[in-house]
Design a protein around this ligand. Structure first.
Ligand code: GLC
Length: 548
C-alpha cells in the first residue's frame, strides 16, 4: 500500500504574524489587516506555508488583544470583518493557509458576558469564577492563586465578591463547567471555519478547567508561563480533554481539513501528548526548543525528547525558537549560556547586567534556524526572526504596554521588547512600517532599526532574510519528507544529524570542526563555510558520511 503523503500541517513552516507590529496600512502607527494584505506577497516570497495571526478581535488591549470583547468581529483599529475575509482569501490565493488565535480561557472585562456579570445577574456570573472572599468581612481573596503577570489572581467587585483572572484584571477567567461557555466556543470556531480559516492556535489551552473547589496551591510562588504549571490546580486538569474532543468534532465537519495547535505549558512531554490523542488536537507547541541554551548536548537531548513524545501519539513535532512572549533568539544567544533550559522570565530579569553581544547572538540565531528548519515536523517563525531582530531591552518605562510591567510592581519589564514594529525600509522612522514617514508607532522603534529592514537585507546576499529564503526553498526538497533523525557522532560540541541523504551540523563550541570530505555544503549559516565548520555556525550537507 502506498504511504499516504503527510497533510500540510505536519510539515509546514508557519509564520507568526503579530498583527499589531507587522505592517500598518492606515498610518496610525498600529499594524492592521490592510498592512497584512499589502505584505502577503512578501510572505509568499519568503516561502512560508501558513500564517498564524495573533488575536485580531475587538479588544480594549489590556493584554495586546488577548482580552477579547467580541470573538466574531475585527478590532476597529485593525480593520473590518470584510477586510479580514479578503485577507484570508488573498492568502489562500498565494498558497498560504491561515490560522487564527482563539482565546478561550478568559474574555475581556468588556465582553457582553462579563458586563452582564457585573450588573449582578447570578446566572451571568455563573459563566465566570465569582466567589465571596475569605476573612471575617470577605476582604481576602478566595484562594492564594497568583496572576501570571504578578499580584493576586483575584480582583474584588464593588459588591464585595471576587472574580478570578489568571492574567490581567481585564481578563476574567471563564467557567468551563458552564454548558453555555462550551456551546459558545464551538459556535465561534464554526463562525471562522465558515469564513475559510484553516485552523486555530489555542491560547493557554491547558488552563480552561480548574480543579473543583479552586483549592489553594501548595506553593503560592508568583505565576510564570513556564514554571507555574506542575501540580497547580489551575493548569492541565484532566477535564480539559473533553472540551477538545468537542472542538475536534466541529473541525472534522469541514473539508479541507481544519486543525488545532495547542499552546500548553505542561509539566512534561507525556502530559503534552495527552492533548494530541487522535480525537483531540492535531499538534502542540513544544517549547523546550526556545529554552535551549547554546549547547550541543542540551540541544540533542531536547530534540530527542520532543521527537519521542510526539511519536508516541503520532503527532508531528513542533519547533519554536521564539514568539511574542519570550526574549528574541538573537538576544537569548547573546549572553553567557547556562547548562540547563532557561525560563522565559529568567532570561528577561537575570541577564540584565551582562551586556549582550548581538553580533554573536545573530550568528547563533542564524545557525539555530538551520537546525530548526532541518528537523522533521512543523517549524514556527516569529515575525522578525527572518530579519534577525534583537530584543529591545532599553525601552523607556513610560512607553511600556505589557501588563506584566505594572502587575509585577515594576520589576519585570515584560514582553514589549520582542514586539517592536517591523522595519520594512531603511529610510526614516517608521521604516516603512506605516506608509506615512514620521508617524509614531505604538511601541517606539530604535534608531538603528533601518539597518535590519527588509529593504536593507534584500540588497545583501548574505543577509538573514536571504538565508531564510534560501533555507525555506531548500527545505522543501532536502528535508520536508526526509524521514527520521539519525544522530552522527562528531565532537562533543557539535550536534550533527542525518535525514535521508542529507545532514545538518551545528557547532556550539569554540574550535573549528572539519567537515566530511565527501559532502558538499548545500547551505551555511555564515558566508564562506566550506571544509571547516567554525564556532557558532551550522551547515546543511548533501550526501556523504563523516570520515574522521
Ligand atoms: C498566552 C499568550 C500571551 C497572553 C496570555 C494570556 O500565553 O501567548 O501573549 O498574554 O496567553 O492570554
Amino acid at each position: 500500500m502506498p504511504v499516504p503523503s503527510p497533510s500540510w500541517w505536519q510539515t509546514a513552516v508557519v509564520y507568526q504574524v503579530y498583527i499589531r507590529s507587522f505592517a500598518d496600512g492606515s498610518g496610525d502607527g498600529i499594524g492592521d489587516v490592510q498592512g497584512l494584505r499589502q505584505r502577503l506577497p512578501y510572505l509568499a516570497e519568503l516561502g512560508v506555508d501558513a500564517i498564524w495571526i495573533n488575536p485580531w478581535y475587538p479588544s480594549p488591549m489590556a493584554d495586546a488583544g488577548y482580552d477579547v470583547a467580541d470573538y466574531r468581529d475585527i478590532e476597529p483599529s485593525y480593520g473590518t470583518l470584510d477586510e479580514a475575509q479578503a485577507a484570508i482569501a488573498e492568502a489562500h490565493t498565494l498558497g498560504i493557509k491561515v490560522l487564527l488565535d482563539i482565546v478561550p480561557n478568559h474574555t475581556s472585562d468588556q465582553h457582553a458576558w462579563f458586563r452582564a456579570a457585573l450588573s449582578g445577574q447570578p446566572q451571568a456570573r455563573a459563566r465566570y469564577h465569582v466567589r465571596p472572599g475569605r476573612g471575617a468581612g470577605g476582604e481576602l481573596p478566595p484562594n492564594n492563586w497568583q496572576s501570571i503577570f504578578g499580584g493576586p489572581a483575584w480582583t474584588r467587585l464593588p459588591d464585595g465578591d471576587w472574580y478570578l483572572h489568571l492574567f490581567a484584571p481585564g481578563q476574567p477567567d471563564l467557567n468551563w463547567e458552564h454548558p453555555e461557555v462550551r456551546a459558545e466556543f464551538e459556535d465561534i470556531l464554526a463562525f471562522w471555519f465558515d469564513r475559510g480559516v484553516d485552523g486555530f492556535r489555542i491560547d493557554v489551552a491547558h488552563g480552561l478547567v480548574k480543579k473543583a473547589g479552586l483549592p489553594d496551591t501548595v506553593s503560592a510562588a508568583p505565576g510564570s508561563l513556564v514554571e507555574s504549571n506542575e501540580g497547580h490546580p489551575a493548569w492541565d486538569q484532566d477535564g480539559v480533554h473533553e472540551i477538545y474532543r468537542g472542538w475536534r468534532a466541529v473541525a472534522d465537519r469541514y473539508a479541507p481539513e481544519r486543525i488545532f495547535i495547542a499552546e500548553a505549558w505542561v509539566g512534561s512531554n507525556e502530559r503534552l501528548a495527552r492533548y494530541l490523542r487522535p480525537d483531540e488536537l492535531h499538534t502542540a507547541f513544544q517549547f523546550d526548543f526556545l529554552r535551549t541554551p547554546w549547547r550541543a548536548e542540551v540541544m540533542r537531548a531536547v530534540i530527542d525528547d520532543a521527537i519521542g513524545a510526539a511519536a508516541t501519539v503520532g503527532a508531528p513535532p513542533t519547533w519554536v525558537l521564539s514568539n511574542h512572549d519570550v526574549t528574541r533568539t538573537v538576544t537569548r544567544f547573546a549572553r553567557s549560556q547556562p547548562e540547563h533550559l532557561v525560563g522565559t522570565d529568567w532570561e528577561r530579569n537575570r541577564w540584565a547586567d551582562e551586556d549582550p553581544d548581538h553580533a554573536l547572538g545573530r550568528k547563533r540565531a542564524r545557525a539555530a534556524a538551520l537546525v530548526q528548519l532541518a528537523l522533521p515536523g512543523t517549524a514556527y517563525v516569529y515575525q522578525g526572526e527572518e530579519l534577525a531582530l534583537e530584543e529591545i531591552e532599553d525601552l523607556p518605562d513610560d512607553v511600556r504596554q505589557d501588563p506584566t510591567w505594572a502587575q509585577s510592581g515594576f520589576t519585570d519589564v515584560g514582553r514589549d521588547g520582542c514586539r517592536i514594529p517591523l522595519p520594512w525600509t531603511d529610510t526614516a522612522p517608521p521604516y516603512g512600517f506605516a506608509a506615512e514617514s514620521g508617524s509614531a508607532t505604538w511601541l517606539p522603534q530604535p534608531a538603528h532599526w533601518g539597518e535590519h529592514s527588509v529593504e536593507a537585507q534584500e540588497r545583501d546576499p548574505d543577509s538573514t532574510l536571504n538565508l531564510y529564503r534560501a533555507a525555506l526553498a531548500l527545505r522543501r526538497t532536502m528535508w520536508r519528507d526526509a524521514g527520521d533523525v539519525k544522530w552522527l557522532t562528531v565532537a562533543p560540541d557539535v550536534a550533527a544529524f542525518e535525514r535521508g541523504g542529507a545532514q545538518c551540523w551545528v557547532n556550539t563550541g569554540d574550535a573549528d570542526v572539519a567537515l566530511p570530505d565527501v559532502a558538499t555544503v548545500a547551505l551555511a549559516s555564515a558566508p564562506g563555510v566550506d571544509r571547516v565548520l567554525p564556532p557558532d555556525c551550522a551547515v546543511w550537507l548533501h550526501s556523504g558520511t563523516p570520515t574522521d
